[in-house]
Design a protein around this ligand. Structure first.
Ligand code: ZN
Length: 461
């Protein structure tokens, strides 16, 4: 008996957790945290719908918290087996989870102090100790190498772009009477990104679990170099601040590279990027450590000409130095996390800069429903940070060229090389409207059989 159960990323983009069962052998592909609206976050606290002690391994596609952020909780609940990931994903996951533990601790303390919780006491989902408890369980697997988990399951990772270390997972399942293959897309990256590798084509599979973050959307064809140079030249002219909420992993490094390249080619005057996020600074170190994993070589490691961390970048590790940025005058770029503006140091920059019409806020990618980022994309005049109203007078600019997610055409392009139609495609990791649109594209363009699974649904393969 072979089955798959969808314990997350079904009807939403977060909480990715797919349980594969072959006879009595069970593995979990991704172990993500639900993020965004309160009803979603609440799901992280609900009882787990599978037997944790029966799970032989967790196979991570990449390090983003919506794919890894439930691991410490799983471990706290008794999981003590192997967590497989590509080498960069191991490093980035450990870093991201520690950061998430820290943010949750601070958030819980703040809520308790200000009596902002509706519960007796606000608690973090997991702590630094829970994350450290996982350390010994990680096992890194290079791209392309097959790994067996018992007789029943084997898998390998393939490059899928998106962020450093991100992979699709090709899996072969054998229950003794039949063999089936299943391909997990992971988060599919984009083609032509200046820094991140293009997704490698998928070749064949019986079943496909396909993400659909942008299942119904197409990125506007924009040249990130052109758009970015226009924005920067504008803030230089106005001597203003460009504020960029950026994911510490991926987006920050892409933007640092882009600015380096634009300065080098004299398309913008020299300008400083202030990276105000300890987590982003540490993840840049990981990008430099894995110098061969990018589309462009990262030479002059850490030196003044380093494309990610050269003289165009100023790092702000300490809180004191972060606070001094409140007085910074333009032209300059401040980049801080979190990417969807749900926590972290970006919040104090938003409180400080959003009411200022001379500030430009760049929104460089997808903003999930219910996040402050989404409200700003939707044109809110006021947003609430820690329940306090903040007026939005800053200029809001959206940019899709830096999105880490393929649009539906790019997903179709990635699937073009599959030489057989899969028996079934499970469409996950998208809001319902996006999943439905992706299904329509796959049905009309390829005549593939699509299924939109519900949360906790089990399907026999
Ligand atoms: Zn991701």
């Amino acid at each position: 008996m072979i089955s798959i159960s969808f314990h997350g990323a079904a009807g939403t983009v977060t909480g990715s957790k797919y349980l594969i069962k072959v006879n009595n052998r069970q593995v979990l592909v991704d172990c993500g945290m639900f993020q965004g609206r309160r009803e979603l976050r609440q799901k992280n606290w609900e009882p787990v719908q599978f037997e944790i002690d029966q799970v032989s391994a967790v196979i991570l596609t990449h390090a983003h918290i919506d794919h890894t952020g439930f691991l410490p909780k799983l471990s706290k609940l008794g999981f003590d087996k192997t967590v497989y990931a590509t080498p960069p994903t191991v490093d980035i996951t450990k870093l991201s989870l520690l950061d998430a533990a820290h943010i949750q601790k601070e958030d819980a303390e703040y809520r308790n102090k200000k009596k902002l919780t509706r519960y007796e006491e606000a608690l973090p989902l997991f702590t630094q100790e829970d994350v450290e408890g996982l350390d010994q369980h990680f096992k890194s697997v290079p791209f392309g190498e097959w790994v067996g988990i018992g007789e029943e399951i084997k898998f390998r990772y393939n490059i899928v772009g998106h962020i450093l270390g991100a992979a699709s997972v090709e899996m072969v399942l054998d229950d003794g009477s039949k063999k089936v293959s299943i391909l997990f897309s992971g988060d599919i990256g984009r083609y032509g990104n200046p820094l991140v590798n293009d997704p490698l084509p998928a070749e064949k599979t019986d079943y496909l679990v396909c993400e659909s973050t942008y299942g119904g959307r197409m990125h506007e064809p924009e040249d990130p170099y052109f758009v970015f140079s226009e924005i920067i030249n504008d803030i230089v002219k106005r001597k203003s601040i460009l504020l960029i909420p950026a994911f510490s992993v991926g987006r920050t490094q892409q933007i640092a590279y882009l600015v380096h390249d634009l300065i080098k080619n004299k398309r913008i005057p020299p300008i400083k990027i202030h990276i105000d996020s300890p987590m982003a600074i540490k993840s840049t170190d990981i990008y430099i450590k894995y110098a061969d994993y990018h589309k462009v070589p990262i030479c002059n490691l850490g030196g003044k000409n380093c494309i990610l961390n050269g003289t165009h970048v100023e790092l702000h590790r300490k809180r004191k130095s972060s606070k001094l940025l409140n007085k910074l005058t333009g032209p300059a770029i401040i980049m801080s996390a979190s990417g969807m503006m749900t926590g972290g140091r970006i919040l104090h920059h938003l409180i400080n800069r959003l009411p200022d019409p001379n500030t430009t806020l760049l929104i460089p990618g997808f903003m999930a429903e219910g996040t402050p980022g989404r409200k700003l994309v939707d044109g809110a005049d006021i947003i609430y940070i820690h329940k306090q109203p903040v007026e939005v007078k800053a200029k809001i600019v959206k940019m899709h060229g830096l999105s880490g997610h393929a649009d539906y055409q790019e997903i179709l392009h990635w699937l073009e090389t599959l030489n057989l139609p899969p028996k079934k495609v499970f469409i996950t990791h998208g809001e319902d409207s996006q999943r439905a649109a992706m299904a329509v594209h796959l049905k009309t363009k390829k005549n593939w059989d699509c299924h939109i699974p519900e949360l906790h649904e089990t399907v026999e393969l």
